[in-house]
Design a protein around this ligand. Structure first.
Ligand code: GLU
Length: 469
């Protein structure tokens, strides 16, 4: 078996989807290329006084729209092939969701747990500095965000470093998204990817004919779900799915898994991990020695929310889930997908399902450019208008509204309400488009449908620019 290349898998998806379109081969070749790759090495001084050379990357896959956009991951598995593949997925994700960015991704090859907070800050700031030096970051150029192993704190350090070098740039804070709320972040960004996964899966299980084919009932209620990875995306996906009526029966982590057919309360599992350092030994749950074994358990929806290449041709034949919801990027390899599709497993692809993160990043970027919170202008106006409406209802009906009814009518939308509404709209619409494309081409394979749509949208940008007249 040849060595696995994540990037080759993504190119394979593009080729397969392109065969359903009539775009010239030159255009498809351009769409496939990873336009710029910046590989860097820089030293940092560790807390113990020793020096360590750090390997890092930023790949900009497509400049058909700028800025380019995508997270930065901290993981010991980071390599050029991975970063190129992830950058490419960002291109298609943004196109599919009508988020007007090209795709990019960064990575720092470190095992995070080996470094102190102080060392992580040094690494992050130095990485940001290297990006600045080569013009690989900026509100109009390339806008990073959190990914595996990073969060709001790293984004704050990056924004601060960038601002220090660009004190005359009015939009400096828009150089990165996923920042803390107190540092030009946006409500709802942390939960956004998981919330998007929930909206996407809720939409997927809402079509009676699709569910009948899978032997499932309509709706999330009672659906048995197994989640791999209880990081930010896995936790929030599981939480919103549970709130939406699904039962989380298994959670897999790197140190093992927990299983309870009666359901695991996700908030309680997270609390247990905060208390003990691990999800293992959670009350009443069965301990699974090897976390990945859980992927093969009977369930309705399997949500891999960790890293790529988790479902391979090796374990794919044993997967019993009816639906795989790709919350992670690239969790199912291309060879595995062929087996799963043959076995009738519906795959909701990453470029759609985890696009909630970048969608809300787009809102954050817009907020930074406008220098104002969403809803600030209209909130009071809406409130007063709604109050008049509530009064009119009362006088017309001759009945007093209850306090909760009145509150529900008059309260104007908060920034978080608006962000969540924009996210829901984006996820629901994209699913409908994807499903229609699948139907048009008589495809069960939703990934190909998603790529066809994305390729068509990217081609329009190239054609508009006159690059491929
Ligand atoms: N890292 C996330 C992703 O893979 C978010 C990227 C962003 O917000 O720019 O989609």
């Amino acid at each position: 078996m040849s060595e696995y290349s994540f990037f080759e898998d993504v190119l394979g998806y593009i080729d397969k989807s392109a065969s359903y379109t009539t775009h010239p081969q030159g255009l498809i070749d351009q769409i496939k290329q990873c336009n710029s790759i910046f590989k860097m090495y820089f030293p940092i001084r560790l807390d113990n006084g020793e020096y360590k050379v750090i390997e890092a990357y930023r790949a900009q896959h497509s400049h058909h729209k700028t800025p380019v956009k995508g997270g930065i991951r901290y993981s010991r598995h980071v390599n050029e092939d991975e970063v190129k593949a992830l950058a490419a997925l960002m291109t298609f994700k943004c196109a599919l969701l009508d988020v007007p960015f090209g795709g990019a991704k960064g990575g720092i090859k470190i095992r995070r747990a080996e470094y102190s907070k102080n060392e992580i800050e040094k690494i992050t700031r130095r990485y940001a500095f290297e990006l600045i030096k080569k013009d690989f970051i900026g509100p109009a150029v390339d806008v990073p965000a959190p990914d595996y192993g990073t969060g709001a704190q790293e984004m704050a350090w990056i924004a601060d470093t960038y601002s220090a070098f660009h004190s005359d740039t009015i939009n400096a804070s828009a150089c990165v998204t996923g920042k803390p709320l107190t540092m030009f972040g946006i409500h709802g960004r942390t939960e956004a990817t998981g919330r998007g996964v929930f909206f996407g899966l809720r939409e997927a299980v809402s079509y009676e004919d699709d569910m009948t084919k899978l032997g499932l009932t309509v709706g999330l209620e009672g659906k048995k779900v197994i989640v791999q990875g209880l990081g930010n995306v896995g936790f929030h996906s599981a939480k919103f799915l549970q709130e939406g009526g699904a039962t989380i029966i298994g959670i897999a982590e790197y140190d093992g898994g927990i299983y309870d057919p009666e359901g695991l309360d996700i908030e309680e599992v997270a609390q247990h991990r905060r208390d003990t350092g691990s999800i293992l030994n959670f009350k009443n749950s069965q301990k699974i020695e090897t976390g990945t074994d859980l992927l093969e358990y009977e369930c309705d929806i399997l949500v891999p929310a960790a890293l790529e290449n988790q479902i391979t041709e090796e374990n794919a034949p044993r997967i019993k889930a009816k639906i795989i919801g790709e919350a992670a990027n690239g969790p199912v390899s291309k060879n595995a997908e062929e087996i799963l599709l043959k076995n009738g497993v519906m795959i909701i692809p990453d470029i759609y399902l985890n696009a909630g993160g970048v969608t809300v990043s787009y809102f954050e970027w817009l907020k930074n450019l406008s220098r104002m919170s969403f809803g600030k202008l209209e909130k009071r106006y809406d409130y007063l208008n709604n109050e008049r409406l509530a009064n009119a209802i009362e006088s017309a009906s001759g009945q007093k509204l209850s306090n909760s009814q009145r509150d529900a009518i008059i309260k104007g939308a908060s920034e978080e309400d608006l962000v969540n509404s924009g996210l829901e709209e984006a996820m629901v619409n994209a699913y409908k488009e994807m499903r229609e494309t699948a139907k048009k081409h008589n495809l069960f394979d939703m990934r190909t449908a998603a790529f066809i749509l994305a390729i068509n949208k990217i081609s329009v940008s190239y054609l508009e620019q006159g690059i491929f007249p």
